[in-house]
Write a protein that binds this ligand. Structure first.
Ligand code: SF4
Length: 286
């Protein structure tokens, strides 16, 4: 059986505003899954709340539109319970870096094997255009009519601080490039963070699209994603959004470390490691 892009489409029609960057991201996710030939029933797409968090509803996979900011803990739980499933965590900058901001670096340092795709439009779109954690200084929004007075969070630097083992950035208007990044993130054994510059046409308007276009810069062949110092320097470069796989390292995933711990804590009998039921037996009355 060969899976095609429509096999990952649900019966729901997206209700995003025409021209919203989220359409490009949705297409890229479906294309990446088709490219990798992952059966739709082996995928869980999970989100928090926000415009972009509607995305799981448009996927013909196991899908869960959860509560605000809690995409990462729920996606982590799914992966730990079912390591065989491809887990996609999706959402926006407000959901990921404000309400759920605390979860991001911790899932990254644990190296939970999920792909976290953040559609970054620098604004809260669903609640009608307030400043978000990534809103640029001086940017005018309905909640900052004279310009934002807060310095924006830098998600890529935050991913480095959290020891994410895969860090990439894409642009919603370049679907082939983004498809490749998402496919590489899914293949990566560990926490893969894909930040997508994705304009909000309604509250960012043409000015935001023009700004993003002028800021994107593709990483060339000379970029070495295994060189941590260089990769971090790239994320800090002012006046540009570097596009591509910025950083990548292979280290044990959370599930692998748990299995290793399980073996060390209780050497297997006949090749079978200690099970949860064995532990619970210790608490049963004699
Ligand atoms: Fe997209 Fe903005 Fe419309 Fe939300 S409000 S659907 S982010 S264009």
């Amino acid at each position: 059986m060969v899976f095609k892009v429509p096999d990952y489409k649900s019966h729901l029609k997206p209700i995003w505003c025409p021209g919203c960057g989220n359409y490009g991201v949705l297409n890229a996710i479906r294309k990446a899954l088709a490219e990798l030939q992952v059966p739709p029933w082996d995928v869980a797409t999970i989100s928090g709340i926000g415009c972009s968090s509607r995305l799981p509803g448009y996927m013909n996979t196991y899908s869960f539109n959860t509560v605000h900011g809690r995409v990462i803990p729920i996606a982590s739980g799914v992966k730990i319970a079912r390591p065989d499933v491809t887990v996609l965590a999706v959402g926006g900058d407000g959901d990921g870096f404000a309400i759920g901001g605390n979860h991001f670096p911790h899932a990254a340092r644990r190296n939970v094997d999920i792909t976290y795709i953040v559609m970054d439009n620098n604004i809260y779109g669903l609640t009608k255009g307030q400043t978000s954690p990534t809103t640029d200084l001086d940017m005018r929004t309905i909640s900052s009519p004279y310009g934002s007075i807060e310095a924006p969070v830098r998600p890529l630097a935050l991913a480095f601080a959290g020891q994410a083992s895969f860090i990439a950035q894409g642009y919603s208007s370049d679907i082939p490039h983004l498809t490749n990044l998402i496919a590489e993130g899914i293949k990566h054994p560990g926490f893969a963070f894909v930040l997508v510059k994705s304009p909000c046409i309604t509250y960012g308007g043409k000015a935001q699209i023009d700004h993003m276009k002028s800021m994107v810069r593709y990483l060339g062949d000379e970029h070495d994603p295994t060189n941590r110092d260089h990769a971090f320097h790239v994320t800090e470069e002012a006046g540009a959004y570097p596009l591509g796989i910025i950083y990548k390292e292979i280290r044990p995933t959370y599930t692998e470390r748990v299995r290793d711990l399980q073996m060390r804590a209780s050497p297997p009998t006949d090749g079978i490691p200690l099970q949860v039921e064995d532990l619970l037996d210790n608490f049963l009355p004699e």
